[in-house]
Design a protein around this ligand. Sequence first.
Ligand SMILES: [Zn+2]
Length: 418
Amino acid sequence: MQPSLRRLTHAAAVLALALGAAGSARAADQQLLDGARAAQPAVIQSLKDMVSIESGSANAAGLARMASFTEGRLKALGATTERIAVTRGPGTIVKGTFTGNGRRRIMLIAHMDTVYGPDTLATQPIRQDGNRLYGPGIADDKGGIAVILHSLALLKAAGWQDYARLTVLFNPDEEVGSPGSGDTIATLAEQHDVVLSCEPSAGSVVMKGQPLLLASAGVATATLDVKGRAAHAGAAPELGRNALYELSYQMLQTRDVARDVPGAALIWTRASASGPLNQVTEQAEAVGDVRLTRPGALEKLQAALQSKLAAGKLIPDTETTLTLTPGHPPYVADQRGRALAARAQAIYQEIDRELTMVPQTGGGTDAGYAARSGKPTVLESFGLAGFGYHARDEYIEIDSIVPRLYLMSRILQEIGRD
Ligand SMILES: [Zn+2]
């Protein structure tokens, strides 16, 4: 996921008030809190272990080691584990299933891949500086995996089994849009009542309060492909059909179409044509970035673009093909998600912490796949607070470890009781 949260700070603060962290806080569950405090050194060790495994989205060997690591840890917690093949790209999905004696079906998700290329550790090694623990991928999303593993250890120690089924899913391709795991996440999520997604939470340099995320944009890629006709640019230009001219026309003709589609935005960001300099351009292509903030907006955008394309051409006999390739679907916490967020705030109050909310971010996350069916309650950003993801010098804030373990374990208990 992407940061860019700074300008949202004010809105988030307002929302925090609106969600009403009012009322007197309950007493903390002392056993869980003590357990979370005692677990902090082990969490730090798990983070170091995972960051030591470089697992960029294209790094098959690293992703295989991450799968072994996480599967081993899930087994040690008592899960039945399985590997699910991705439909595209390297890596494998790791699924752990716990069967309890309650009624609710709960799913926890985080991703094993990072945005970093090989040997990033050589220039950005694991190091601690005060409250910051640095390492590539430590926040996004190894911190999320650590929250899941160590919260489940706390709950296991407490003898908690108040769930019908608890599913843990770690995927290997979130940073490239989850092309090989998104459908699996969506299908499994549909079979659960609640999905908690564990992307990192914004660090304190961005905003205070280790926020949860209430919405993230969906993403898609738009492609315009124009076929023209080649001809000698000097000797017989009138026989040619210039694909580059037609592409330019269609890009301009469609540039504002998304404005009339609620919840959709489109910007053409790349165009290319190649071929001999002395030839009328035979083929040209444009690629655009699509952002979606409402379910169903992609289909409406497709229809609107098609009808605009059908409205006319600049160059007769050219042929323009539009393709929209979906990435992460949009995620918008519904009423149930917001109610759960308010409970998370109350849980933070038990330990004298304030939990804020980020209303919306522009980057896609797997919460979008989890929410695609509209069936489960989905809430995002249960991972550790951190900063620098998708950039340099990524770190987590050590003082977010105890609150996040406490939050995850307490909210699971509450969901189980519902
Ligand atoms: Zn992530």
